[in-house]
Design a protein around this ligand. Structure first.
Ligand code: DC
Length: 222
């Protein structure tokens, strides 16, 4: 893949397996995994540690403009830095997950991050993963995928994941949380999750086997 930069986008619902597939696809192709969700998480991490309140829209926009987010390729996937400090792990907590929407729903904050995402992809080939990468960030991407599975399948997967990790939860709780996140993702005023024009739907409901789903995707890529 040296001749020309290639952009592949992968949007979809949470729990569909899109992150795992996107990461694996980037590895397989030897290109950068552009984890846009990590960028929204990173800016939220900084906001929560600043005196700015989450309902202070202007303050959050300023914060986004002043923040330097860097994505570096590491041995175990993409490493995330905020103003030079590594935040790869700390941005994955439920505290951050629950607070992201305060920033992700502000159009001007999204503009800042979208511009950075385009800059990253201007210089190199990427697999970009998120909610709006095929619709807003890279509408002219070479390949646009939309990964999904039914709510029942996603609930069962997430529930098993949590139980395997020793967490206490119920199927009802997991399903309600997924439905809440689907609703937030699909109804946000800007950057809402939807199938891009010319997007290819990948249904991971048939199998949990990442390799099978990856093979399906690779079959679309020339
Ligand atoms: O994919 P994730 O769970 O790491 O994403 C974290 C949050 O960021 C999630 O609430 C949705 C939001 N997000 C977004 O609004 N736009 C994107 N392109 C990626 C993520």
């Amino acid at each position: 893949m040296n001749e020309k930069n290639i952009t592949i986008t992968m949007d979809g619902t949470c729990g569909s397996g899109k992150s795992t597939i996107a990461k694996r696809l980037a590895e397989r192709l030897g290109v950068i995994f552009l984890d846009t969700g990590a960028m929204y998480r990173a800016i939220t991490w900084k906001a929560l540690r600043s005196p700015i309140e989450l309902d202070d829209t202007d303050g959050l926009i300023r914060l986004a403009r002043e923040t330097e987010i860097r994505l570096n390729k590491g041995d175990e996937g993409t490493r995330v830095f905020v103003d030079g400090q590594e935040v790869t792990r700390v941005i994955r907590t439920p505290e951050i997950t629950n607070a992201v929407k305060f920033l992700a729903d502000i159009p001007a904050v999204r503009e800042v991050l979208v511009e950075q995402q385009r800059e990253i992809a201007a210089a190199r080939s990427v697999v970009a993963e998120g909610r709006d990468t095929g619709t807003v960030v890279f509408p002219d991407a070479d390949y646009k995928f939309y990964v999904d599975a039914s709510i029942e399948v996603r609930t069962e997967r997430r529930f098993k994941e949590f139980i395997d990790k020793g967490m206490e939860t119920t199927r009802e709780e997991v399903r309600a949380d997924l439905e809440k996140r689907d609703h937030a993702d699909k109804t946000r005023p800007v950057g809402a999750l939807r199938l891009a024009e010319g997007g290819i739907v990948i249904d991971t409901g048939e199998t949990d086997d990442v390799e099978v789903n990856l093979k399906n995707i690779l079959g679309h890529i020339k």
